[in-house]
Unconditional design. Structure first.
Length: 463
């Protein structure tokens, strides 16, 4: 049985058309193995309009940015063209031509962005929705039923208890209960179908779904895997959308391009582990802004100096002409100063545009870092070595130990981690020695007792 979380379905609206079509085709190839909990379908319909509106807002923000730059830069260019016309007696026809060219500088960019928005798909919540139409066809008869009133009351009480005791999934979203409802309905369906394998595809990477060790995602939370076995007698595999697409290409013979997988990796996924990267980016942009501001100030001084030089040369020309002096050298000087002014204006415009881009990027990063900051969680593994035996293990050993915790044999671990059986045996002996235990069970117990949270590993799915 393959279950898709709400964020996976909503991300269909964020995919480019070709990538979206490939993901939907992969859904179709699963046939009756697909199941969508009622809670997932409910949250999908509740949030679908917001995602569509977000898409529209994102494109509109880009168009507004173009418009803002177009207004300021075009006006500055027009002013300089008129100034040049007054200084060098530029014919009116040539002046108007230059102004017309300046006015149309940003037009191709705006048209290209409009075309991209039109091709991306839905950006109007009240328009016809072919994405929803196709999804309804694929999921027809595959959406679960809601809880009956008695079961819902019991589930609400259980969700509140689990949130209080920080039992996964969903405690990071407390007091909400959506994740637990979706999980409970998934287990009920897996038990009804008597499936031995449960694949849960989600974009949620918080620690109430994933076990994270020394800053790395290792697998699904052991509590979830244990609950899947005890409640539904099924083995849980938790994976991201990009991992599902790779497996769909391999085992379902689905047509999936690398570009689609790259898009899946870049989609929003409520990842609370981006804060340090965002802060690093913010610091880098701040440094760039300081340097570029200095560059703009210098280039503005150069342009003003060029204007003054041209003005002085023009005054010298008119004086020499009135007094009957030879103006050849002065005309040459005027031509040189005009070229200098033109070049200085171009360089100033380029630097100012670059500064505006940096400031826009910085504003977006500042907003994102503020949203992410509340999700930052301290890792229990970020302790001194003596406080947690697991910090003594390498990343590879941690992966092996996590697979052991899922009940995999040495051969299954070797297949999962692309190792030889001999290498797995060697890793297990090293794990037991480092942790000072005698058996696999003792190692697993110690591992689960000292788990922690952090960033994902190499885009590999968690088990």
């Amino acid at each position: 049985m393959v279950v898709f979380d709400t964020n996976v379905l909503l991300n269909l609206y964020r995919f480019a058309p070709a990538a979206r079509s490939e993901l939907l085709s992969a859904f179709e190839r699963l046939g009756d193995r697909v199941f969508v909990p009622h809670q997932v379908a409910l949250e999908f319909h509740r949030n679908r309009f917001d995602v569509i509106a977000d898409n529209h807002a994102a494109y509109q923000a880009a168009l507004d940015a173009i418009s803002t730059h177009e207004t300021s830069i075009t006006q500055e260019l027009k002013d300089k063209i008129r100034h040049l016309s007054n200084r060098v007696a530029l014919p009116e026809k040539e002046r108007e031509h230059l102004i017309s060219v300046a006015s149309k500088t940003f037009e191709p960019m705006s048209k290209a962005l409009d075309q991209l928005r039109a091709s991306h798909g839905i950006d109007d919540p009240i328009a016809d929705d072919p994405i929803l139409d196709r999804l309804e066809d694929i999921l027809s008869g595959k959406v679960g039923k809601p809880f009956d009133p008695e079961s819902e009351t019991e589930a609400l009480a259980e969700a509140a208890r689990r949130n209080t005791e920080k039992i996964p999934p969903g405690f990071k979203d407390a007091p909400k209960h959506g994740d637990f409802f979706a999980w409970k309905q998934t287990l009920n369906e897996a038990k009804r179908r008597a499936n031995k394998l449960l694949v849960f595809v989600t974009g949620d990477v918080k620690e109430d779904w994933y076990l994270r060790v020394k800053g790395k995602t290792v697998c699904a939370r052991p509590e979830l895997a244990a609950e899947a076995i005890s409640q539904a007698d099924t083995r849980l595999i938790l994976m991201r959308t990009e991992s599902f697409l790779r497996y769909a290409a391999t085992y379902l013979n689905a047509s999936v391009s690398e570009d689609t997988i790259r898009q899946a990796q870049k989609l929003p996924d409520r990842d609370p582990w981006q804060l340090s990267r965002l802060l690093n980016t913010r610091d880098r942009l701040r440094d760039q802004a300081v340097v570029t501001e200095r560059d703009v100030a210098i280039r503005r001084e150069i342009m003003l100096a060029a204007e003054d030089s041209l003005t002085q040369a023009m005054e010298d020309y008119h004086r020499a002409k009135r007094e009957g002096e030879d103006t050849t050298s002065i005309r040459e000087a005027i031509e040189m100063h005009e070229n200098n002014l033109h070049n200085a204006l171009q360089e100033l415009t380029g630097s100012q545009y670059q500064l505006d881009r940096i400031r826009q990027d910085l504003a977006r990063v500042n907003q994102s870092s503020q949203l992410q900051e509340s999700a930052e969680v301290e890792s229990p593994y970020q302790k001194k070595a003596g406080e947690s035996p697991a910090v003594l293990l390498t990343e590879r050993e941690l992966r092996v130990l996590a697979a052991m915790a899922q009940g995999l044999t040495n051969h299954e671990i070797a297949d999962r981690l692309f190792l030889s059986s001999q290498s797995v045996g060697l890793h297990i002996r090293n794990i037991l020695a480092k942790l000072g235990v005698r058996s696999r069970i003792e190692a697993i117990r110690l591992f689960v007792a000292h788990h922690g949270f952090g960033d994902s590993i190499d885009g590999t799915e968690a088990i």
